[in-house]
Each structure stands twice: as structure tokens, then as C-alpha cells.
Design a protein around this ligand. Structure first.
Ligand SMILES: [Zn+2]
Length: 53
């Protein structure tokens, strides 16, 4: 399993999304318009393209 990270759209900080997946299963995940909060408190909506390992 690997941890999926996001880059905050407001401040650019990289943070753990709370979602773990392996690379194989990542392709089958549907991550559409999911709301996440960065450690500094910025809330943004993210889609699959925004996630990285
Ligand atoms: Zn932020």
C-alpha cells in the first residue's frame, strides 16, 4: 500500500490525503470532487489527477 498525497491548491503544501492505495488499485479508484483540508486549514475540492504517491 502507498499513501496518496495532495498538493494544497491554496498554499501549495503537500499533505496526506487520508487515502491509501496500491498503484494497481489506484487506476480503479474513482476520486471525483472530493473535499480535503490541508494542515493549514484550506479546504479545496480535488479530483483524481490531483493525487500522487
Ligand atoms: Zn493549504
Amino acid at each position: 500500500m502507498a499513501i496518496l498525497y495532495l498538493k494544497c491548491k491554496t498554499c501549495g503544501v503537500r499533505f496526506y490525503s487520508g487515502i491509501a492505495s496500491d498503484i494497481k488499485n489506484f487506476n480503479t479508484l474513482s476520486l471525483i470532487n472530493k473535499t480535503h483540508q490541508c494542515p493549514k486549514g484550506h479546504v479545496n475540492v480535488y479530483n483524481k489527477i490531483d493525487y500522487s504517491f
